[in-house]
Write a new protein. Structure first.
Length: 331
């Protein structure tokens, strides 16, 4: 029977579909009841969100528990052998060079099981026409390499990613060392100042990664591999990303009644959130946004936000300097 027909038969059989879903829920329940998984998730749910150390210590112990990982895989492989339409009851993690599963998914802790493809690593390096990026995630992470793949990592260091991070003061990154990866190796990284690049591998790399946003930097930062200088940054905070998405959606929907929300967000905690809110506010209703823009140009605590606001005033409103007598932004 051809695969297409087999899938068509499955879609036409409600009982088989129900059995697949029941198997998925059973595997989900059994996974969550495995003692090492249950203990780690309870700790993650009750952890002090200001102190990452207990979480990282527990994650380190979990990553070295091969029986726990083996029990997890046995459950999923067994279910897949019984039912070809079974899918693991957890989120996938995909990128250019790796694929994996999110084994533990809690706001304060994520644990991934991933495979980095040696073929994809080689293709990415050979297909590169310019410089590469050296990434600093801003998060604390622990890696355990189940299969090292005879890989060589380059370890990098950069200035701390602080809440007031700016391109002007970002400095440059530097190579710290190159390290061969052996099966079973542990690697701990503070992504606020350290990162790594896979330089070479002879076979696929299989690894576990535990990562916590507790105590993390608000940004992930990239440096250019040729110049070692700052290349770009993005939010590492899920809440910030959602805020930006919602503001963009409100602007796209022309929700001018949401102007008070834009004013409030233009005074948010993170400088990149404030500027995103201001850009969207200007696109939504420039007249209502102008007092906030003037206030931002004069009073925002981040120098690059003040500079961007002043440049916007000069470019679009013919104001070389903010109008100091303009009405303040009441957020």
């Amino acid at each position: 029977m051809i695969i297409g027909q087999a899938l068509a038969d499955w879609f036409a059989d409600e009982e088989r579909q129900s059995a697949t879903l029941a198997r998925l829920e059973e595997v989900r329940r059994r996974l969550r009841s495995l003692p090492p998984f249950a203990a780690l998730e309870r700790l993650a749910d009750s952890a002090d969100r200001r102190d990452p150390e207990p979480l990282l210590a527990a994650a380190r112990t979990f990553l070295q528990d091969e029986d726990a990982i083996g029990d997890c895989l046995d459950l999923m492989v067994g279910a897949a052998l019984e039912d070809p339409y079974f899918r693991p009851p957890m989120r996938n993690a995909l990128s250019e060079i790796q694929a994996g599963l999110l084994l533990v998914d809690r706001p304060s802790l994520s644990v991934y099981l991933s495979i980095a493809s040696v073929t994809a690593i080689a293709e990415k390096r050979l297909g590169r026409t310019g410089s590469a990026s050296i990434a600093f995630t801003g998060r604390r992470s622990v890696y355990r390499f189940l299969r090292g793949g005879e890989a060589v990592l380059s370890l990098w260091e950069a200035p701390d990613i602080a809440p007031g991070f700016s391109a002007e003061t970002s400095g440059s990154c530097r190579l710290v060392e190159r390290r061969a990866v052996l099966d079973g190796d542990l690697l701990e990284l503070d992504g606020r100042r350290h990162g790594f690049v896979i330089e070479h591998a002879r076979s696929d790399i299989v690894y576990l990664q535990a990562s916590t946003p507790t105590g993390s930097a608000p940004l992930a930062v990239e440096y250019d591999s040729h110049t070692m200088r700052f290349a770009g940054a993005s939010s590492s905070d899920e809440l910030s990303s959602r805020i930006q998405l919602m503001l963009s959606l409100l602007r796209t929907l022309d929700r001018q009644d949401a102007a008070p929300l834009f004013r409030e967000m233009a005074n948010g905690a993170h400088f990149f959130d404030r500027w995103h809110a201001m850009r969207e506010f200007l696109a939504l209703d420039a007249e209502q946004a102008l007092p906030c823009l003037r206030d931002m140009a004069e009073r925002d605590p981040h120098p690059e936000v003040r500079s961007a606001a002043r440049s916007t005033l000069a470019l679009f409103f013919a104001e070389a300097e903010p109008d100091r007598e303009a009405a303040p932004c009441h957020a």
